[in-house]
Design a protein around this ligand. Structure first.
Ligand code: CUA
Length: 326
């Protein structure tokens, strides 16, 4: 009867997390793998203890009550109550402490400065020896096989950066810089999420993390450093004019144009990113139009005003312009 009941549907809920892009069980780097081993051993140990204790309990209470006689209670209490837990917890503590230096090791050269905003991520890449950063937003890319340093800071509220597939999380605190280093080694697309309740759109403060082959990453970074491509279609050209007339450039930068606003995300290569609205929607023309017209509905408390007076044709032109920022 249970299998046919609505309550049975609850069993499906855990499967929602099976995607793996945002899972500690899908370790794709040195740091997350160390944490995963620790987790598996602790979980396995807990299962063994649970089964052992319940088995012992069943044995002495139901099957062989006479076996309950303990000849030396003091030694039993000392062994099972002090010695055993001390050894187990001590061993786990030693193991946990031993992996910490590796988790905090210095990077191999690439520094990525991430600044938490309301409710999105400002991202700057500083390759070794760089004097100016390559600016992006809401997506963090890593070269596979080396350790990258994330220098984390925040505006106004405390946030926390967490890419479960790549490693542990690190708080982002206004007025100071915290450093997290990650050594991803499996190429792929992962999901990062703000892990500290920071306000109305905390749950919508996400981003895509991409691990690339080192050569691909170097090529990608070079492309990101370039100016934005000019509009190539009539719709995109009209969109650029609207972008100017509606004052979008007061908040957004599009490098290579007169748009140099620094309040919102840098849009220079917006169309090269996999998501819209900080990791939440596919960057389709339709979603872009909805976002521009009703950003505050989609993401409560966001600083981007709703441009709900624009008609659908104008929204489509703006979307065409943004989709051309490859
Ligand atoms: Cu930012 Cu939660």
């Amino acid at each position: 009867r249970f299998l046919r009941s609505p309550a049975c549907l609850l069993l499906v809920l855990p499967l929602a997390a099976c995607d793996g892009r945002q899972s500690v069980l899908n370790a794709a780097g040195q740091d997350s793998r160390q944490l995963l081993y620790l987790f598996i051993v602790m979980l396995a140990g807990a299962v063994v203890l649970w089964l052992g204790l319940n088995g012992l309990f069943l044995y002495v209470t139901r099957l062989r009550p006479q076996a309950l006689k303990i000849h030396n209670v003091n030694w039993f209490l000392f062994g099972a109550g002090v010695l055993f837990p001390s050894v187990v917890i001590g061993a786990l503590l030693a193991w946990g402490l031993s992996i910490m230096p590796a988790q905090r090791a210095a990077g191999d050269g690439l520094r990525i400065a991430v600044h938490a905003e309301e409710w999105w991520w400002r991202v700057e890449y500083w390759p070794k020896g760089a004097t100016t950063p390559i600016v992006s937003a809401n997506e963090i890319r890593f070269p596979a096989g080396s350790r990258s340093e994330l220098h984390l800071s925040a505006d106004t509220y405390i946030h926390s950066l967490w890419i479960p597939a790549l490693g542990g999380k690190m708080d982002m605190i206004p007025g100071r810089t915290t450093v997290l280093t990650l050594h991803p080694d499996l190429e792929g697309f992962y999901r990062g999420q703000c892990a500290e309740l920071c306000g109305a759109s905390h749950a919508l403060m996400a981003f895509q993390a991409v691990v690339m082959a080192p050569d691909d990453f170097a090529r990608w970074l070079k492309d990101q450093a370039a100016s934005a491509p000019p509009p190539t279609s009539p719709a995109a050209t009209r969109g650029e004019a609207l972008f100017r007339d509606e004052g979008c450039g007061a908040c957004h930068t599009v490098r290579g144009t007169e748009f140099v606003g620094a309040v919102g995300p840098d849009l220079t290569h917006f169309a090269s990113r996999g998501t819209l609205g900080a990791g939440n929607w596919q960057p389709t023309a339709e979603n872009l139009m909805a976002w521009i017209a009703h950003a505050d509905d989609l993401k409560p408390d966001v600083a981007m005003p709703a441009y709900d007076w624009l008609d659908p044709d104008q929204l489509a032109d703006l979307a065409a312009y943004l989709k051309g920022l490859t």
